[in-house]
Design a binder for this molecule. Structure first.
Ligand code: NAD
Ligand code: TYD
Length: 352
């Protein structure tokens, strides 16, 4: 597969920015990356600081909304886009419960626009890879795992919108012969994650000695994957996955939320105790449950392992320690994110 001009959507977000760094560092990718991101609250140019200087001929940023079909078509034409890796989405379940509208536009209409732009530039088009979530499969009981053939049963506006986008991508493959692949991954954690998601939120609150909100009884289970392992799985699928296929990606790391929160408390106490001398576990506060809260997610990624030989390489114990250290060492990033400072940079840059 020879990609010359890869459009990465949502490249200023958490996983997208990790993916851009990962890919530009690989010897088996020699093309250019065109990062298309509209810079919502979750899109942070700081996540890719220095990348334009490090790769002046291979990295380009286009501030654009994937809901704008005209802009997408224009970017496809101008840059000769021959592949897409599509991350851009509204990604937080709690926000989707409060305000679902943006999830419908970005996740569904935005994906449709990109598919239309790809269809209009089908000649020489190599691959449309769509990034999705295990949440499309709904919730598991105490037993069992999601496989690629588990029926879709999304429970939140976020997962319902992602499910819809998955179907559209598959349909464009089947109907128009667009070369597509889809990956459905479990919960990611690692550097540059916006601190509204469980792990960075708990790390930063616990560091400051603030309350640690745990929804319901804290016994909901998620499967966790270190973000760099996710990036590696995506590139493996893009390189060698069968066109038209879906691959599940997981970390073999099922954990109850409360266990993760306690682990973070203990690691931070080990690094530096609170000035009060109290253990951070005392900060844990059980709060009202999320409506429609999925009880358990767990992934069977046998297909990816057996067909393409991919396995996660980071253990949760080492990955969470690396992540905590990153948030402690990058206090300037944290400060700017918390104060929304990069938004004033965006306003200056784009004259808003
Ligand atoms: P994120 O919220 O950190 O980043 C999303 C990015 O998309 C931001 O940079 C934002 O500015 C951009 N964006 C949003 N709307 C846009 C629009 N209309 N046009 C252009 N850009 C837009 O998200 P993330 O956690 O990095 O997730 C990336 C993808 O991975 C999503 O598709 C998500 O569904 C999927 N996913 C995430 C996880 C996870 O644990 N975070 C797990 C599995 C799958
Ligand atoms: P989250 O990081 O929002 O990811 P997702 O909902 O996509 O799985 O939440 C992970 C789990 O942690 C989920 O079961 C909800 C729970 N949670 C809390 O208990 N407290 C919190 O403050 C947050 C943000 C999440």
């Amino acid at each position: 597969m020879n990609i010359q001009n890869l459009m990465v959507t949502g490249g200023c977000g958490f996983i997208g920015s990790n993916f851009i760094r990962y890919l530009l560092g690989r010897a088996d990718f020699t093309g250019r990356i065109i990062n298309v991101d509209t810079l919502t609250y979750a899109g942070n140019p700081d996540n890719l600081k220095g990348i334009e200087n490090d790769y002046p001929d291979r990295y380009l940023f286009e501030r654009a909304d994937i809901c704008d079909l005209g802009r997408m078509e224009e970017i496809f034409s101008r840059h000769g886009i021959d592949a897409v890796c599509h991350f851009a989405a509204e990604s937080h379940v709690d926000r989707s419960i409060k305000d679902p509208g943006a999830f419908i536009y970005t996740n569904i209409v935005g994906t449709f626009n990109l598919l239309e732009a790809a269809r209009a530039h089908a000649e020489g088009f190599v691959l449309f890879h769509h990034i999705s979530t295990d949440e499309v499969y709904g919730s598991l009981g105490p037993e069992g795992l999601f496989t690629e053939t588990t029926p879709y049963s999304p429970n939140s506006p976020y997962s319902a919108a992602k499910a819809s986008s998955d179907h559209l991508v598959r349909a464009y493959g089947a109907t128009y012969g667009l070369p597509i692949t889809v990956s459905n991954c479990s919960n990611n954690y690692g550097n540059y994650q916006f601190p509204e998601k469980l792990i960075p939120l708990i790390v930063l609150n616990a560091k400051e000695g603030e309350k640690l909100p745990v929804y319901g009884d804290g016994r909901n289970v998620r499967d966790w994957l270190y973000v760099e392992d996710h990036c590696d799985a995506i590139w493996t699928i893009m390189r060698s996955g069968r066109r038209g296929e879906t691959y599940n990606i997981g970390g073999n790391m099922e954990m109850e939320n409360i266990t993760i929160v306690e682990m973070i408390c203990d690691i931070l106490d080990e690094i530096e105790g609170l000035s009060t001398g109290a253990p951070r576990r005392d900060l844990i506060t059980f709060v009202k449950d999320r409506p429609g809260h999925d009880r358990r997610y767990a992934i069977d990624f046998t297909k990816l392992r057996e067909e393409l030989g991919w396995m996660p390489s980071e253990s949760f114990e080492s990955g969470i320690r690396k992540t905590i250290s990153w948030y402690l060492e990058n206090s300037e990033w944290v400060r700017r994110v918390k104060n929304n400072e990069y938004h004033s940079w965006i306003s200056k840059q784009y004259g808003e």
